[in-house]
Design a protein around this ligand. Structure first.
Ligand code: SF4
Length: 287
């Protein structure tokens, strides 16, 4: 729970504040951009909510925050915000909120499908979220983009009885029922294609759903400031040249959503997304 005595001085006066436990994961700024802003290495409140909808978004950021760094000076009823996750993005794809500090606040997603729901990377195992996922039909498969974003997977596995899948090269020390091998694309089902993209980690993979949604983990994200797709060179733990090569593999795919673990999501027409991907590869090759 956030502590007002440790609130950053940059918070504007009012009910909401961010304290000094913030890990700068960016989630609150994505969820409630009219309330939270970047202050270099942390977030702070730059505008107190002035309407019911702003208060609701700020409360949703409070719920999603992986470190409990957002607080209010007065007691806030967060039941509605807590029950608002998973939040629909498009079609049958949802954002889970409830980020975990063990995955550094990475975003996770759920796809609801008649063949069985897929949880993409792991959120925090929170009671309200688990109940909502039950209402959506539970989880058949937990898919891991890479080893860093597995968070509370064991609890989800035990609760929902779902199988878990990760690439062999990232599987060390992580219990899963299935392991992907090699560097060729793998069809998990008629609408689910996995593409290995070593770079951020050796066993990083992305998941393409219905040729529309690309779940990119920490491989690829959108940058508001650049107005384009980006990769994060300073966290290319395995190999930046490999990550650059891997990025070219995505040119074989069609998609209009980029849904990352870290960084911003993007929704663009397919042809625009392709152009942005080419720009990103050109930038990577020059860096
Ligand atoms: S969601 Fe929490 S940890 Fe992440 S930037 Fe906001 S206050 Fe910091």
């Amino acid at each position: 729970m956030a502590n007002f005595n440790r609130a950053y001085s940059e918070n504007v006066p009012g009910d909401f504040f961010v304290d000094d436990t913030c890990i700068d994961c960016d989630l609150c700024r994505q969820i409630a951009p009219s309330v939270f802003q970047d202050e270099g290495d942390h977030s702070a409140v730059y505008h107190q909510p002035g309407s019911a909808s702003e208060t609701r978004r700020a409360a949703m950021a409070l719920v999603a925050c992986p470190t409990g760094s957002i607080g209010t000076q007065h007691k806030l009823d967060i039941r509605e915000a807590a029950a608002s996750y998973p939040e629909l993005i498009d079609d049958n794809v949802y954002f889970c909120g409830y980020a975990s500090s063990s995955s550094y606040g990475a975003s996770s997603y759920i796809i609801t499908r008649p063949e069985g729901n897929v949880l993409v990377d792991s959120p925090r195992f929170a009671k309200t979220l688990v109940r909502r996922i039950e209402q959506l039909g539970g989880i058949s498969l937990m898919f891991f983009s890479h080893r860093d974003d597995v968070a509370d997977h064991q609890k989800f596995h035990e609760h929902f009885g779902c199988s878990r899948i990760i690439h062999r090269a990232d599987s060390g020390g992580i219990d899963t029922e299935r392991v992907m091998e090699g560097q060729e694309p793998i069809k998990l089902d008629k609408d689910l294609l996995v593409v290995p993209v070593p770079g951020h980690t050796r066993g990083h993979v992305v998941l393409l759903y219905k040729n529309k949604f690309l779940f990119t983990g920490d491989h690829l994200a959108w940058s508001e400031s650049r107005g384009g797709l980006i990769a994060f060179r300073d966290v290319a733990w395995y190999s930046w040249p490999e990550q650059t090569k891997s990025m070219k593999r995505l040119l074989d795919l069609e998609f209009e959503w980029v849904l990352p673990g870290h960084g911003r999501r993007a929704h663009q027409p397919r042809d625009v997304m392709r152009r942005k991907l080419i720009d990103c590869i050109t930038w990577m090759e020059g860096n």
